[in-house]
Design a protein around this ligand. Structure first.
Ligand code: HEC
Length: 261
């Protein structure tokens, strides 16, 4: 009993003004957390929102739109969070659908959000929370990503799998699209997890392995399990089916012993 009370007090102290809690209390009655992007797009555009009948956008959508459409998306993190904070502060105080960041084709399904009475500190916590949460949730639903090339290579060696390195930069729209629409797909996850080990490299910060040059972003480099040869490299985005086909081609190339270098 004592322990439970202690834990509750600790939780309150630690998370009392966390953006997550504020969002849960003040926003989640309307904004649900996550619906996979392909399902959302299908409902919005193929069925006039009648599939899902959403009356408010999801938390993950809000997070992505804020990062994409408020402030300088290519600037540094702290500055953009401040810009988002200012936007949120104003929007919550006086929502105005005419200055909305929601894409027009989707906005038409929603009525204007009611005003929310909220303090500056709470908005600050919300801005920090909303900045990261979209990508965090999408990552949790996506294919397993190893934190470094070295770790990916070790697993690949042990399990005799192909290493797939994705070259990305944080604000690359194509990379975001792949994360939200392709790497969360069950078939893609299964195909990748069966024969590949995946890692990502921010090409502005780190070098690609084997002296490879970045082709742009997103780009994909497929490397043999001994880390010695590049099976293929490719740049650009694709659909789930196209990506599955690419993985099939990579497996075939390896079987036939055809390498890029
Ligand atoms: C009563 C339901 C409701 C509540 C509560 C609510 N929202 Fe909304 N929100 C909506 C709806 C509906 C929209 C879409 C229409 C619009 O943008 O006004 C929206 C849109 C938004 C947008 C996009 C703004 C834009 O540019 O269009 C943001 C950001 C947002 N909400 C954040 C929040 C946050 C943060 C909270 C909690 C502090 C919150 N909402 C609480 C219903 C709600």
């Amino acid at each position: 009993m004592r322990l439970i009370i202690l834990i509750s007090i600790l939780n309150i102290l630690l998370f009392a003004d966390g953006g997550e809690d504020i969002f849960k209390k003040r926003c989640s009655s309307c904004h649900q957390t996550y619906i996979p992007q392909p399902e959302l797009l299908k409902s919005y555009f193929d069925s006039n929102n009648s599939n899902l009948n959403l009356t408010s956008p999801t938390l993950v959508e809000l997070s992505y739109w804020l990062r994409d459409r408020v402030g300088d998306r290519k600037g540094d993190r702290e500055s953009q969070i401040m810009e988002i904070e200012e936007f949120l502060y104003n929007y919550l105080k006086s929502p105005d659908i005419n200055s909305s960041i929601i894409p027009k084709g989707i906005l038409r399904y929603f009525r204007q959000m009611p005003k929310v009475d909220i303090g500056e500190d709470e908005v600050e916590a919300l801005a920090i929370y909303l900045f990261d949460i979209g990508r965090k949730i999408v990552k949790e639903h996506g294919v397993k990503i190893y934190p470094t090339y070295q770790e990916a290579l070790e697993v690949a060696k042990r399990e005799n799998k192909i290493v797939m390195v994705e070259g990305f930069i944080t604000y690359c729209r194509g990379c975001i699209k792949m994360d939200r629409e392709v790497f969360i797909d069950d078939r893609v996850k299964k195909a990748l997890e069966r024969d590949f080990v995946v890692t990502k490299i921010n090409v502005l910060r780190e070098k690609l392995p084997l002296g490879l040059k970045s082709l742009g972003t997103p780009s994909f480099y497929f490397i043999t399990s001994d880390g010695k040869r590049v099976i293929d490299q490719i740049v650009g985005t694709g659909t789930v089916d196209e990506f599955l086909e690419l993985l099939e081609d990579i497996r075939d190339s390896l079987k036939r012993g055809e390498f890029y270098k």
